[in-house]
Design a protein around this ligand. Structure first.
Ligand SMILES: [Fe+2]
Ligand SMILES: [Fe+2]
Length: 238
């Protein structure tokens, strides 16, 4: 992706965030809650927060092409799709030591915990579906419900690709070597039976490395937009 294209995509994301919360109290509440949860994740482990932000950006880019009506909710869902991980002990969350099968079962539980937290907070159905289905795999090898093919809702088919790409290229996971963008693409192609072929194809066409400085700009701009819209709403209701 050229810098110009990245600027264009990120500008579109910012515009969508502005529209989403403009004079809409329910959406402002949703964004405020998402920001609080995201900040909580960051306080617990900032690598999990940067993973979540990457998932948010890449899921949004895919959704613009494939499920455009509420594309911005993919950004919100990405930010908090792993919120249930805050209960992990450090050695799992921060990957400071190896773990076995028993821990693997506990890891899967983060999906249930995320659904519970997001449902109690009345987050939008799309956001909850992102948390619920992001570990399902097209060939049926995922969890929790072991769905396959088009039985997996589109939210799961989109975010599973963004999630895996981000996990492969994430920094700060002691148990894995960071892979480059090219290596990550090769892994996705080799493991293609796990993913919806059309969505994977779209991903391979639209995704290039988005430098961290862009990702960090998005975060501050979007949360500033939220504050502006809150102030605008307060001003208009005085
Ligand atoms: Fe997850
Ligand atoms: Fe994740």
């Amino acid at each position: 992706m050229t810098n110009q294209l990245i600027d264009h995509n990120l500008e579109a994301l910012l515009t969508d965030s502005r529209k989403y919360t403009h004079e809409n109290v329910q959406n402002i509440l949703t964004m405020n809650t998402a920001q609080s949860l995201y900040e909580t994740i960051r306080l617990r482990d900032h690598f999990t927060a940067s993973h979540s932000l990457k998932v948010a950006v890449y899921s949004y880019l895919l959704a613009v092409k494939l499920d455009p009506d509420l594309a911005f909710e993919y950004f919100i869902g990405g930010l908090i799709h792993d919120v249930g991980k805050i209960s992990f002990p450090d050695y799992i969350l921060k990957g400071t030591s190896k773990f076995g099968n028993e821990e693997r079962e506990n890891i899967q539980k983060h999906v249930i915990d995320s659904i519970t937290i997001l449902s109690k907070l009345n987050m939008p159905p799309k956001v909850i579906r992102i948390a619920r289905f992001h570990h399902e795999r097209f060939n049926g090898s995922g969890y929790l419900e072991e769905l396959s093919g088009y039985h997996i809702p589109i939210e799961g088919r989109i975010t599973s690709i963004a999630d895996i790409y981000s996990a492969i290229t994430d920094e700060g996971r002691a148990y894995q070597t960071i892979q480059t963008h090219e290596q990550a693409i090769l892994i996705l192609e080799n493991e293609c039976s796990q993913f919806d072929p059309d969505i994977l194809n779209t991903f391979l066409h639209i995704v290039e490395v988005i430098p961290d400085r862009y990702i960090n700009t998005i975060e501050s701009n979007i949360f500033n937009e939220l504050q502006n819209n809150i102030q605008h709403l307060e001003f208009n209701t005085i």
